[in-house]
Design a protein around this ligand. Structure first.
Ligand code: C5P
Length: 399
């Protein structure tokens, strides 16, 4: 619903800037008005005249343009919009935003605005993967900036990988979502994430390599669509997202209790890598290595299956129950069988063989198993996988 919405469009200086012109056209077709702002670098890629002609609006370029200050000051300009959109968000613009610089018109508007900000990053693979950009990204997400993309693909520089801006129609969808209350507003969603730690004694435990990155991204993506999210997380190596209710647990049994306490929910996503077994004879004191006594005999007991428990609830089952299947072989067959065995609605399956680099990595390649069959998704960042999954969840429970 873009009719009569006012978009302040900051065009960054990257080769993807030409797509901003198409974005202006499509936003106007949908009834939005667009006020373009060009950075100095952007003017090397698109002309102010093209932006102004397509927007049928004055283009703003310079912080110290006195005429503009007389007509409309930069503070007012930053607030006269319903949404601020940055396309393309270059590494430099992201760095400025993360650091709070205000040394040109674009960065000053971004600092001064009281509206939501949506960015569509685009840059070279190495620049995207650079720890500095990834740090800035985390900072911006923590600040509540909405981030759409990037995706993996061919780049103008001839390289291939993550860093390619999402396509213009997808930016329009992201703008639409950012401007509406969100398709999941008023909906409650529960997400589990991270590994569990099963104690052997007070200082030792059994765990797995889950980082919690995918579950965290899913919780953030659901939040961005307006859902009220309860995030039940084991000891993950990534920080939980802002703006969700976080419940920290250690063991599978604690996770089940937290999940049960977190219900009812409209949907539940079980992304946690829950330990299947716990040590039945865990010691309440640190086990001692005693000369000649040999190694301790650990006995195992099966942990509760949280996904199965919730998926098979007779009363209060969430309308949509999504499980994960981390496999190292026969991914589709195993996931399809798992869906039936657990009684959940969807299974998000992925191949976590060490060679894929998925476990603990920044990307994922998943297949979605539903009652209608198997859908293969391309290799995407975990954030992008989460964004798409959140949209699918919104379609399923709002439709
Ligand atoms: O059985 P498996 O561990 O492969 O199934 C994976 C799915 O089941 C994931 O969604 C995981 O979160 C969930 N699970 C669970 N409780 C367990 C084991 C797995 O909720 N004890």
């Amino acid at each position: 619903m873009l009719a009569d919405k006012r978009i302040l469009l900051i065009i960054g200086g990257g080769i993807a800037a030409f797509k901003a012109l198409d974005l202006i056209r499509r936003l106007r077709e949908r009834g939005a008005s667009v006020t373009p702002v060009l950075t100095k670098a952007a003017e090397e890629f698109v002309t102010p005249l093209s932006a102004s002609a397509l927007a049928a609006h004055k283009v703003y370029r310079d912080l110290f343009d006195l005429t503009d200050e007389a007509e409309m000051g930069h503070i007012e300009l930053s607030r006269a919009a319903d949404l601020v959109v940055v396309v393309p968000a270059t590494a430099d613009l992201m760095a400025k935003m993360a650091q709070g610089h205000a040394n040109d018109l674009a960065s000053t508007l971004l600092m001064a605005t009281d509206k939501r900000v949506l960015i569509a990053p685009a840059m070279n693979v190495k620049m995207w993967d650079h720890p500095a950009t990834q740090r800035n990204l985390a900072t911006l997400q923590g600040d509540g900036v909405l981030v759409a993309g990037p995706v993996e693909g061919a780049m103008a520089c001839g390289e291939f990988g993550p860093g390619r801006m999402i396509e213009v129609p997808e930016i329009v969808v992201a703008i639409d979502a950012a401007l509406s209350d969100g398709p999941l507003s008023g909906r409650k969603v529960l997400v589990t994430s991270g590994p569990t730690h099963e104690p052997i004694d007070p200082v030792r435990y059994i765990a797995n390599r889950s980082s919690g990155a995918q579950g965290t991204a899913i919780a953030a993506a659901l939040r961005d669509l307006g859902a009220k999210v309860t995030f039940v997380t084991g000891p993950a190596s990534v920080a939980p997202p802002a703006g969700v209710r976080v419940v920290k647990v250690e063991t599978a049994r604690e996770m089940l209790a937290a999940v049960e306490a977190g219900l009812p929910a409209d949907a539940a996503v079980f992304a946690a890598a829950v330990a299947d077994w716990r040590v039945a004879n865990a010691a309440d004191r640190k086990m001692k290595k005693t000369e000649g006594a040999g190694s301790p005999a650990l006995e195992f007991a099966e942990n509760p299956d949280i996904l199965k428990t919730v998926a098979q609830m007779e009363v209060g089952r969430p309308g949509l129950v999504v499980g994960f299947a981390a496999e190292t072989h026969d991914v589709e067959a195993n996931a399809t069988a798992k869906r039936a065995r657990k009684g959940c609605d969807w299974i998000v399956a992925n191949d976590v063989s060490p060679a894929t680099g998925i476990m603990g990595g920044a990307e994922n390649k998943v297949s979605i198993v539903t009652a209608d069959g198997v859908e293969d998704w391309p290799r995407l960042s975990k954030d992008e996988t989460a964004r798409r999954l959140a949209i699918r969840i919104a379609e399923a429970i709002s439709g």
